[in-house]
Design a protein around this ligand. Sequence first.
Ligand code: ZN
Length: 254
Amino acid sequence: MLERYSWTKARELFRKAKVALIPVGSTEQHGPHLPLGTDFMTAEALAESSAEETGVICTPIIPVGISPAHLQFWGTLSISSDAFRAYMKDLALSVAMHGIKRLIFVNGHGGNGAALQEICRELRFQGTYAVVWQWWLDPEVLNVFEKLFTSRGSHAGAGETSMIWLINEELVDKRALEEAARGASEVFGIVKHGAQLPYDTADFSQSGATLDPREASREAGEVIFSTAKTELVKLIRWLAAAPDKELQLKAHMP
Ligand SMILES: [Zn+2]
């Protein structure tokens, strides 16, 4: 969104808005049926449409994130978490430089989550309050998943497939849904005796998907998208209205 404004129009927007959204995703394999850009397309669509409704700022999408676990699948791109953290933090600080110190990272990729949480803490020390929001982990969206699907496959499953079906139907290869389901894993990752192994997706999934994406549909995408958007809009409104005192670091204990 911001990329479409001149600096003089941006000035008006920055003077009015209280919150900025920073959408970020990944370019990584999503099974044989979904595009590599799945994560950033969903984050971008949710962020843009929520920014439009609320009048807040939305920065350009950051399309590549931390995806080393998918590198055996052709076309996946990945950057180190050190580089990602530094880049995303500088981006946040440049938004803060224009006076917006309340930020939401609209994240479309689970692998970015921990790094973004760390940045949020560092930013708070520096007087900027940022939070991470991830559509597929929102409790309302999880309720919807429960109602819509028997298989709630996380990575490239029915949820993500439905979202892309809605956002850009021609990018869903419906003939490849069978192949995705056949080679899908039951869970994402490998746990042995309580230890999370340093897995690659290729260790446990042949198709790159987790669980069965065949229940996906455009209609499901509509319900998921509107539920997620409603939640993001509520988060934006909460953050815009929160008193400074609630967001600032607390004083030292007496
Ligand atoms: Zn994804």
